[in-house]
Design a protein around this ligand. Sequence first.
Ligand code: PMV
Length: 336
Amino acid sequence: MPSTARSTPNIAFIKYWGNRSEDLRLPMAPSLSMTLDRPTVEITVEEADAFAVRSFLADGSEKTLKEKDIERFRKVLALMQRYLDTLGAANALSENLLITVRSHIPPAVGLASSAAVFSCLAKAIAGFIREKKELTDKQVSILARLGSGSAARSIFGGFSTLEEGGGMEIGGSWSEQIADEHHWLLHDIVVIPAMDEKKVGSTEGHALASTSPFYAERVKSIRSRRQRECIEAIRKKDFEALQRVTEEDCLDMHHVMETSTPPLHYLNAETHRIVDAIKALRTKAHLPVLFTMDAGPTVHLVCPEEGRSAVLSFAHAQKGCTIFETKVGPGACLVE
Ligand code: PMV
C-alpha cells in the first residue's frame, strides 16, 4: 500500500555540527530545535518495478534531480533497511521503491530542505511498513537521522532535541520531544538576503568540524551547559535566557566553521548588517527577538507573539530580502 507523509523544517537553537560517525550521522554533541509549521513537504512511498525518485516543485512542475541526489536517497534507504534489520524487520523495504517528493518550499526561499525531506521520508517509510512492523516515534527519528541529522528533530512537533546518545551503533542517537507545539507560541520570521546556493553542503561541512581548534571547546560547552540551559529556557518560557544561549551557540558554530580547514564562510555582509540592525532595534524598542543562522546567510528572527508585528515590519524594511513567515508547528504526520 502506498504511504504518504507530510513534514516541515526546523530551526535549531543549539546547532548540530560535527559527527562521531559520518556514515551513520551519529552526532558529536546534542542539539535542540523548534519544528516549524511551514513550508511543507509531502512524500509518497510505493512499490514499483524499479527504484526511482521523482520530485515536484511548489508550482507542480517536475524537477530533474541530479544523479547525486538520487544516490543519496538510495544510500539512505539502504541505511534505513540496515536499522530495520536490528529491529527484526529484515526485508521490510524492497529495492524497487518509487519515492515521490512534493515540495512546497518556494524555490526562491533559501530554507534548508533536507530536514523536511528526510523526516518526511522516514514517516512515509514507517507508514509503508506498518503492517510488518509498528515503529515508535523514537525509532522513526532514528530513520530520519540516517538521511540528515537535523531531520530527526522534525519527527516531533514543538521543541525537540537530537540526543547525543552513545556508542557507534546505527540506533545510537535519536530525537526526544521537550514540549509540544501548544507549549509556547514562537514565530520565526525568515529574512533571506541572497539566493545563491550554498557552496559546501552540511554533509561535507560536518566532516570539517573537528579541524577547527575551537571545536573541542564547543562540544564541551554544549554537553556541560548550553543544551541544559536551552531546555530550561523553553520549559520556563524564559525568552531572554533562550535568546542568550541561542545567539551564543549560533555565533560559536559559525566561529568553528570559519576556523576549520578549509574555512567555511556561510554568513555574508548582508547577514551581518541585518544582525546588527536587529540588535540595535531590540535595545531601542525593548523588543523580544533573537537571531540565528544555519549553514547559509539567511537570518531567522524568532520572537514571541508580542514581538511579531514589530519584527515583521523590520523584516519587510530590509531591502532586496525575501521574507518568509513561519511559527512553531506539529511535526511529521501520515496523510494517507
Ligand atoms: O542535518 P544536516 O546534516 O543538514 O545539518 C544541519 C546543520 C545546521 O543546520 C547548521 C544546524 C542544525 O542543527 O540544524
